[in-house]
Each structure stands twice: as structure tokens, then as C-alpha cells.
Design a protein around this ligand. Structure first.
Ligand code: HEC
Length: 166
């Protein structure tokens, strides 16, 4: 009898632990799962921020939207643009200076989106044969804006972003 009760007690303990873990997982806000720690730590985004949409209009992006942008970047762009560099052509990195200096400039969300829909060479004279085109059948307008927002914020804030020494 005694051993039975002990065994039972053991099971209750296990069940208790399982319940505690389950409850812990369940109460974590939905946002936390979608929030990338890099966005908080290196992009310094903990609440919605404003980024230039065009030269004279800005748009707000939430930490979750920037996290989605980072996820898209990692999945589709990082191979060539590790740490904001451009491995096949180091003269055109994703740094703010380089984006500003391109023809036409690429330092707003709208201009970055236009570039992604049709990548061009740095001087704007030809279609890029290297960079990956993002048609709207692949990423929606909202997704491509989040991706652009991640690039722009990283160019503004991420340490070492777009420098040769990554
Ligand atoms: C196969 C390699 C490759 C991939 C993948 C790639 N790119 Fe590029 N990207 C380049 C190259 C090379 C350039 C420089 C332009 C050129 O030489 O055609 C460039 C240029 C750029 C520029 C302009 C940089 C500047 O200084 O003006 C942006 C912005 C950019 N890429 C964004 C992206 C995004 C966003 C993705 C993912 C959807 C991506 N690239 C995927 C190779 C790549």
C-alpha cells in the first residue's frame, strides 16, 4: 500500500510539472514568439518606430513587422548580403551611405521596394543579373515593406552592418 501511494505521489508530481510548463508556455504573449531578439538588441526596436516611406512621408513599423522582415531577409537575401555586405559585389553593400549613393537612391521604404521588385545595377542603367527579384506573386506589398524596413533599420542601427569587416 505504502509503495503504491508513493508511486501515485510521483505521478501527481510529474503531472504537476507538466501542467506548470504547459501553463507557462500558454501564457507567453503571442507577440513574444514572433519577436526576434536581434530586433530588440541590435536594432533597438521595442515599440513601433517611424521609417521614411518616401522623402517626405514616414510609416510606422512594429517590432513584430521588423522581425518578419528579418526572417524574410535571412531566408532569401542573407546568402549574398551577410551582415549587410554584398558578397558578389562588395562595392554595393546595404549600408546607409551606399543606399543613399545609388542611382536612384535606395534609402526609403518605397525606393527599396521598387528596387526589390526590379533590381538594378548600382548606377541604375541596367537590370541586375545578380540580385534576387521579388515579384508580388512571391511577397505581398506588406511583406516586402517589412523586409525593406528591416534593411533600413539595420543600416541605421546594426553594429557593423554593410561594412567589409563582418
Ligand atoms: C545571388 C546573390 C544575391 C541575392 C540572393 C540577393 N542579392 Fe541583393 N544584390 C546582389 C548584388 C550583386 C547587388 C549589387 C547590384 C548588382 O551588382 O547587380 C545587390 C544589390 C542589392 C541592393 C542595392 C544595394 C546598394 O548599395 O544600392 C539591395 C537593396 C539588395 N540587393 C537587396 C536584396 C534583397 C532584399 C534580397 C533578398 C530578397 C537580395 N538582395 C538578394 C546580390 C544578391
Amino acid at each position: 500500500m505504502r509503495t503504491d501511494r508513493k508511486a501515485m505521489g510521483g505521478w501527481w508530481k510529474v503531472l504537476g510539472i507538466v501542467l506548470v510548463i504547459w501553463a507557462g508556455v500558454a501564457v507567453v504573449p503571442v507577440q513574444a514568439a514572433d519577436l526576434d531578439p536581434y530586433v530588440v538588441r541590435y536594432l533597438r526596436v521595442t515599440e513601433a518606430i517611424e521609417l521614411p516611406m518616401t522623402g517626405d512621408r514616414s510609416q510606422s513599423f512594429s517590432p513584430v513587422q521588423l522581425s518578419e522582415g528579418k526572417r524574410l531577409f535571412e531566408g532569401s537575401c542573407k546568402n549574398c548580403h551577410l551582415g549587410g555586405a554584398t558578397l558578389p559585389d562588395p562595392t554595393a553593400p546595404l549600408s546607409l551611405d551606399a543606399l543613399r549613393g545609388a542611382t536612384p537612391p535606395r534609402d526609403t521604404i518605397a525606393q527599396l521596394v521598387a528596387f526589390m521588385r526590379q533590381p538594378m545595377t548600382y548606377d541604375g542603367t541596367e537590370e541586375s543579373v545578380w540580385c534576387r527579384q521579388v515579384p508580388d506573386t512571391w511577397m505581398s506589398q506588406a511583406q516586402v515593406e517589412n523586409l525593406a524596413a528591416f534593411i533600413l533599420r539595420a543600416a541605421e542601427k546594426a553594429p557593423g552592418w554593410g561594412t567589409a569587416d563582418f
